[in-house]
Design a protein around this ligand. Structure first.
Ligand SMILES: *Cc1c(COP(=O)(O)O)cnc(C)c1O
Length: 378
């Protein structure tokens, strides 16, 4: 099966092989070396340096890293402005509220652009807000939220930005230079092409020092995890096979030319998919959205979309279930829309070990599904 869902991704043979590394006790020095290799490798993806940035590993899915970031860095009396334009932004508000954090959500339609002026107005209306959370690549629709304007605004207002980079880390530019970017949470099994089970937060060391005490959570306490990891230790039993895989995946990324090269690769595959699907009559969801919003639509809506994932309207061309079943039979897993978009769109991610010829076969699969459907109708 070739996975075109937004994580976990199809692994390369060398990353898969790394999963069966030797048994290891996490209280032995071999473990410390493996953990440190991965921590340094994560910093190197965006040429960050220790001690300015501290990488903190967690054995969890991406949501665990987000929960650790928010609950460890937003103070008890703090208020959090959450910018929501999809499922994942809404989930940040949900998890913060479960921990009793006072949230000020900016609730936008899924896929709508986040306008900096609206964020500025909210920050002006809520001067107690010192933390802003946003999803970089909103995987709900494929929209890549623009961080430059937001970070400039946060800098001006003295606010810290907490970033969900779960589906962009390793594949999209992230402005780590901005002092307002306080932390970013991500996972091994999306753009980094590792196996599921590991997530991490990169946090500015000066921000980590001001973390919440006493902690809100035992397992998801970033300060405790960072303290152990900086000594080559680990607070709890880690997912060692996933660490082996991530270590190999980080080597592979670096040998392939780093995140810039991966970005270019994703863009090339995503364009190949878009051209093929547009020939079949599918309209990219974000292009259609910018028309609804009265903006001039750019070619394929690509300007607003990440290179990692794009979503397409089903229109009346085919039902999602028929499309999914037909492609699955041919060895491809595509991804449904969430919530109300379930009946309106499908999503294709080009992360993972995927070749042009895979995409060629995928498009041939689409042709077959569509023509058998036309045959049925005749
Ligand atoms: C995948 C994803 C998550 C959640 O990750 P899990 O590993 O399923 O917990 C969070 N945010 C974004 C933007 C994602 O794409």
């Amino acid at each position: 099966m070739i996975l075109l869902n937004p994580g976990p991704v199809s692994l390369s043979p060398r990353v898969r092989a790394a999963l069966s590394g030797p048994d290891l006790c996490h209280r032995e020095p071999e473990y410390g070396a493996l953990q440190e290799r991965v921590r340094q490798g994560l910093l190197q993806v965006y040429s960050l340096t220790n001690p300015q940035w501290c990488p903190v590993l967690l054995t969890s899915s991406g949501t665990g890293a987000l929960e650790a970031m928010i609950t460890s860095l937003v103070p008890r009396e703090g208020q959090l402005l959450v910018l929501e334009n999809g499922v994942y932004g809404e989930r940040i508000t949900e998890l913060a509220r479960l921990h009793g954090i006072f949230c000020v959500p900016l609730s936008l339609a899924w896929g709508e652009a986040i306008e900096t002026e609206r964020v500025a107005d909210l920050l002006a209306a809520h001067p107690e807000v010192r933390h802003v959370a946003v999803v970089h690549h909103e995987t709900t629709t494929g929209r890549l939220n623009d961080l430059e304007g937001l970070l400039r605004l946060c800098e001006e207002r003295g606010a810290r930005l907490l970033l969900d980079a779960v589906s962009s880390f390793g594949g999209e530019p992230i402005p780590f230079d901005s002092p307002a970017l306080a932390a970013c949470a991500a996972t091994a099994n999306k753009c980094l092409h590792g196996a599921p089970g590991l997530a991490f937060v990169l946090v500015r060391t000066e921000v980590l020092r001001t973390g919440v005490r006493p902690a809100r959570s035992l397992y998801l306490d970033l300060l405790n995890a960072a303290e152990h990891q900086s000594r080559g230790e680990t607070a709890f039993t880690p997912g060692i096979p996933a660490l082996y895989a991530l270590s190999e995946a980080l080597c592979e990324l670096s040998e392939q030319g780093g995140w810039h090269a991966r970005h270019a690769r994703y863009a090339q595959l995503a364009d190949q998919v878009s051209r093929g699907l547009e020939n079949l009559g599918f309209v990219p969801f974000l292009q259609a959205r910018s028309r609804d919003e009265g903006h001039a639509a750019d070619a394929r809506g690509a300007r607003h979309s990440s290179v990692v994932l794009r979503s397409y309207r089903l229109g009346d061309l085919v039902s999602y279930d028929d499309l999914h079943a037909g492609l699955r039979k041919r060895g491809f897993i595509i991804y449904a829309g969430q919530g109300l978009l379930r009946s309106q769109i499908f999503r294709i991610s080009t992360m993972g070990c995927i070749s042009e010829s895979d995409i060629h076969d995928l498009l041939a699969g689409f042709h077959r599904v569509m023509s058998s459907r036309r045959g049925d109708a005749a």
